[in-house]
Design a protein around this ligand. Sequence first.
Ligand SMILES: O=C(O)CCC(=O)C(=O)O
Length: 278
Amino acid sequence: MLTREHEQFFQANGYVVVAGLFSEDEAAQYRAHYMRLRRHGTYPGDSAGVDIGASDPLQRYPRMIHMHRWDETSLRWLLDERLRASLLGLVGREPYAVQTMLYFKPPGARGQALHQDNFYLRAQPGTSLAAWMALDPCTPANGCMQVVPGSHRWPILCTEPADTRVSFTDVTVPLAAGQEVRAVPMAPGDVLFFNGSLVHGSYPNTTTDRFRRALIGHYIEGAAEQVAEFYHPALRMDGSPLELRKSAGGGACGVWVERDGEPVIELSGDETVRRKHE
Ligand SMILES: O=C(O)CCC(=O)C(=O)O
């Protein structure tokens, strides 16, 4: 359960791991559930179907998106009281739930380049929040989460092309030289909570025999009045749908500039122009 130390760590760093929020048994049940679903074919939200013979491990095990819209187990997890209480404790307001995702990340799979979630969700005012639950032991070897501590205070940065040999997404955010990127090792049932501006992502799974499965919920702060169209309908944590406005794309984004020899972020980029290149 959430403690004062978790809250303080979250405020200072923009992320926190709550160890053992779910039990190892529950994590094992979720692993079995999603492996069973994946074996049975394709679902709404799959951007590409399953290709059992593909050489790319991610085509054999593509991620699932918005499962809570058609799978009761996913909906129950997204609205679970432990997640609600943790999010409320961390940000001081009731969250609204907008997305579920399941990443299988099998041996040999690419990671997801460093990014900020609110670049996609566009929750306003305020930001988005994530609850990322490990279903397997996660270490740097199998591509655990990587975070940039303190980056939750940054604005949304302009994106750049990512290296698609190591990332299945094709945009990333640039970092200043010397910026710490911190690995977040986790055990099954641990939940990593993070702010929608926190720069995070993961590197490839370099093992030959270990999946790195994760069940992910995305939320928006209860103060939000709008979110990008893809995330509608938002749900209150009692499961009832909520009417929000649809965020428009575009606007200013941050770029690194040098001031007095120090790297600082300036809001001088134009996201509309950048998005054309995605
Ligand atoms: O699980 C990963 O490797 C990346 C997940 C992620 O970046 C996200 O949920 O926003």
